[in-house]
Ligand binder design. Structure first.
Ligand SMILES: [Mg+2]
Ligand SMILES: [Zn+2]
Length: 191
């Protein structure tokens, strides 16, 4: 019986970055701006050790919005992938949505199937890996992550993000956590 933990990236695995021109905390735009939280590696290692496959499910709309070149988003992914590899952590797959419904880059500016809260990536992984979704988890810092997990049939953990805009209309998560370390404690202590 295979089970998985699906992870949002920005605000969960790595800190968001302050954009001085807008005063907003955003996804990193450059590889230099990407760094793991100090607890990320040990938290992921703990989750893996308890028999969960790891998957990333991340919306990265800044290319579609004309804010970040695709090469920079790929460079950020490569820095992330090599940082966790150096820590001996293995993800079964990385899923990124580079679309946005109201972007300005042709081909990427459209309604797509894969943008969270759509559960497309989670259901793709379920099918490919034969996952038991009711034994699996979605961990994110936005209500769209929670909606995505619920739609895919996983349990959900909302990580507190003090910079996330107040969002309403979401459904409540099964658990809340202060960070990924706390989420790992909840997941591994659950059964
Ligand atoms: Mg996030
Ligand atoms: Zn998409």
């Amino acid at each position: 019986m295979k089970r998985a933990v699906f992870l949002d990236r920005d605000g969960v695995i790595n800190p968001e970055v302050l954009n001085p021109s807008t005063g907003q905390w955003e996804s990193p735009h450059k590889a230099e701006g990407f760094t793991l939280f100090p607890w990320t590696a040990s938290a992921l290692r703990l989750i893996s050790k308890h028999g969960y496959l790891l998957f990333l499910a991340s919306n990265q709309p800044d290319f579609a919005k004309g804010k970040t070149p695709l090469e920079d988003l790929i460079a950020i992914h490569e820095k992330f992938a090599s940082a966790i590899q150096d820590e001996g952590i293995c993800f079964s797959d990385f899923f990124y949505c580079f679309h946005h419904p109201s972007g300005n880059v042709p081909g990427y500016s459209r309604t797509c199937a894969c943008r969270k809260p759509n559960p497309y990536f989670l259901l793709t992984a379920k099918k490919k890996w034969g996952l038991e979704m009711n034994l699996s988890w979605m961990v994110g810092d936005r209500h769209t992550d929670i909606l995505c997990g619920k739609a895919a049939g996983t349990k959900t953990i909302l990580i507190h993000n003090e910079y996330a805009k107040e969002e309403t209309g979401g459904c409540p998560p099964d658990f809340t956590a202060v960070n990924l370390k706390d989420a790992a404690r909840i997941i591994t202590g659950f059964f």
